[in-house]
Design a protein around this ligand. Sequence first.
Ligand code: ATP
Length: 516
Amino acid sequence: MQEDLFKRLVSHCKEYGFIYPSSEVYDGLNGVYDYGPYGVELKNNIKEYWWRAMVQMHENITGIDSAIFMHPLIWKASGHVDAFNDPLIDNKDSKKRFRADVLIENEIDKMMGKADKEVEKAAKRFGDSFDEAMFRSTNPRVLEYTQKAEAVEKRLANAMKANDMADLKAIIEELGIADPDSGSRNWTEVRQFNLMFSTQMSNIAGEEGKLYLRPETAQGIFVNFLNVQKTTRQKIPFGIAQIGKAFRNEIVARQFIFRMREFEQMEMQFFVRPGTEMEWYNTWKERRMAWHRAVTPEEKLKFKDHDNLAHYANAAVDIQFDFPFGFKELEGIHSRTDFDLSSHSELSGKKMQFFDPELNEHYTPFVVETSVGCDRMFLAMLSNALVEETVPDAQGEDSSRTVLRLAPALAPVKCAVLPLLKNKEELVGKAREIFDKLKFHFLCQYDEKDAVGRRYRRQDAIGTPYCITIDFETLENDTVTIRERDSMKQERIPVGDVARIVSENTDMRLLLEQIA
Ligand code: ATP
């Protein structure tokens, strides 16, 4: 069922101009996608929602737009040159490449799945009297599966922490993990693979001229910390926000735009007094969850603490979303300590500190980071919104419609203007006149092709919150029919009210007020 939704979602994106595979005429480029006419609008609206929630709603957060190319030493200081690796393993028979940790994680999921199945079976058997917690803690088979899964999980975490590639291989062998497609267990050794893309600067030869495409936007913020603090005269605590492209040479890029090799991040680094970081970490956890909840039902979101902290973090949590393929990371919130500013101070020789007038002392601020993938947010919004339902058609018969129930503020097109008939000059002229006025307020679409019912369906499929129809009555009394996407309710209103009604109900302000 969920798999089915995912397939439908991918084909809907292509069919309706949201997302195309990159370089499709050359059979595509793995892990890279292009956004089409409606996709770019939705993506821009997501970015605007984030930017306004950060920059407009917080006096102490300002934005920047730093370059993708940066001095190569930045990636040395940040730890990316030495530690931004994933463990890679090849299957010698199928010649397919995998992430060793993901193969093991999938095996853990399978074990947990078996335990869940036992619980499900027992629940059916015992009916209302079933005590799940009791069953989980006493049934020998369930205990065997869960204990084994937990042991493997722990061993995996330790091996990852210790960079013990040999143990990852040993786990794979001991569990008898096979290539999921070919079934072969003929594996190579596990080795570390650095995820940064590199290129060469034209005026410097050799290693010295080696540049990286940034794997995260955060470092552009850290190295501008002093610039921004000076020019904005912000006092601690304050934040710097940035939206931009990031590049990662993912070993396996799949699940559509969930894991891409070129993607976009929306990141905010919040600089705080040392010792107050946990307080701010908790504040930002709540604020970010509120931002998500304004556009996503509560049951589709949850926090997941990291079991394995990155070298720079003293606390980290993911906000997970219930994607069609299960709960997965949508956003990360990390308490990054003073790791980044201290490393850059050390390697660059420039002190990156703040003079706190209240304490009358210099210190290196601690940082709380919020980082959400724009493309993952896009996928989450579409997974929430895509609905197929049975509704009565104009004759009252059952018909199916595909509708994108996007938050109106995020919808690509806000209002469609439809003349009832395309071969009646007066109707077309009037509709054009109305369209030409409305386009000053928001993105509208003029459509005169096919019966009105089909035009409604086309707008439903791209998530347009309002359609207005111009008919003969419009010519007499300047009223139009306005139809709302979700309820499909139609109402006759004066033409002069359309801009106000649509603006009021599609305004980003509505979302921002919900978060506050
Ligand atoms: P994952 O564990 O899924 O690889 P990550 O923990 O490496 O993600 P971060 O480094 O915390 O991710 O990046 C912050 C955000 O950027 C993620 O929460 C995600 O939304 C987004 N992101 C990271 N990698 C990708 C990718 N390859 N494609 C699309 N979005 C990504």
